[in-house]
Design a protein around this ligand. Structure first.
Ligand SMILES: NC(=O)c1ccc[n+]([C@@H]2O[C@H](COP(=O)([O-])OP(=O)(O)OC[C@H]3O[C@@H](n4cnc5c(N)ncnc54)[C@H](OP(=O)(O)O)[C@@H]3O)[C@@H](O)[C@H]2O)c1
Length: 285
């Protein structure tokens, strides 16, 4: 790396058009950003052509259609396993570091205490299996890498959960939301800030968990969205996952422990409630 080069000038963001990618670029606008149309991470020659020694690649590219993966495993494994393998090998070849995002879906989702990075994995879905294969490929092909598992990510825009609740609040008198799935809603902007901090901390452990702190059911999150926009939270009604069958079963318990993140001296992500308040304020503008 040439002397005087800023960290953000060494950053490369793949999957830059997604939720986390966009927030990274908002915080680090001089990063080299690659949306899918500019760089397909499954294309080795294309990936190799953009990497330079000293780069820090944050891989936000992924196949994230959890239900779609059940009927199209090839697409899921291409984006979530082959792509990360290609990136990892190319990073090692170029002398670059890789920060790779992964998910709570690598766990079975049946725990009752927060998952630690070293806990046994056991994905229950194609999406989870493809992400776990990606983690393994990154670890095998790029020693200078971090795997950051996160969960329940939203920006408050598009079709994410928070934006969907805002829309339904306008469209319906009441909304049924599940009480039997618990996790930590994670504001993409907070996650992006954490990833940038990690970019400056090469000595941090290889596998880390990063979510906003605290936990809630989707029902509680929906009520918080309603309350946050001045609507009556009692218009959100409780229901169970059995009432909403989906192709991919959803984990009952998605809470990831932030102990390793804090132990590495990284700044804990704030409680989910205050992050949600900021997200609602920002998207209301
Ligand atoms: N969203 C969540 O709740 C959540 C929870 C836990 C973990 N994660 C993980 O966090 C990371 C970021 O998620 P996100 O919510 O930002 O996802 P996202 O909004 O779906 O963004 C993913 C981006 O990757 C792109 N992409 C897909 N295949 C690609 C390829 N082969 N080459 C290059 N780009 C490709 C997608 O482009 P197209 O849209 O054109 O396909 C999309 O722009 C992922 O690793 C995901 O598994 C997300």
């Amino acid at each position: 790396m040439p002397p005087g080069t800023e960290l953000s000038d060494r950053l490369v963001v793949t999957g830059a058009g997604g939720q986390v990618g966009r927030e990274l670029l908002r915080l680090a606008p001089t990063a080299r950003a690659y949306t899918r149309s500019r760089l397909d991470i499954t294309d080795p020659a294309a990936v190799e052509s953009v990497l330079r020694p000293g780069d820090i690649v944050v891989n936000c590219a992924a196949y994230t259609a959890v239900d779609g993966a059940e009927s199209d495993p090839d697409a899921a494994f291409a984006g979530n396993a082959t792509g990360p393998a290609v990136l990892a090998s190319a990073c090692t070849g170029a002398g670059a570091r890789l920060i790779h995002l992964s998910t709570d879906y690598v766990f079975p989702g049946t725990a009752i205490t927060p998952y630690e990075p070293g806990d046994p994995t056991g994905p229950a879905t194609v999406y989870g299996r493809s992400k776990l294969a990606g983690e393994r490929a990154v670890r095998e092909n790029c020693p200078d890498s971090h795997i950051v598992r996160t969960a329940w990510v939203y920006r408050g825009a598009g079709s994410d959960f928070v934006a969907t609740m805002r829309r339904l609040e306008q469209e319906r008198d009441t909304v049924n939301v599940v009480t039997d799935q618990v996790g930590s809603p994670t504001y993409a902007a907070d996650l992006a800030a954490g990833l940038l901090e990690l970019a400056g901390r090469p000595e941090a452990p290889t596998v880390l968990h990063a979510t906003n702190s605290g936990r809630a059911s989707w029902f509680e999150v929906a009520r918080a969205v309603f309350a946050g926009i001045g609507a009556d939270p009692d218009r959100v009604r409780p229901c169970t996952s059995a009432e909403f069958p989906r192709p991919a079963p959803r984990p009952a318990f998605s809470v990831l422990s932030g102990t390793a993140w804090r132990g590495a001296g990284l700044t804990p992500l704030r409680p989910w409630e205050s992050a949600l308040t900021e997200a609602l304020t920002r998207t209301a503008r």
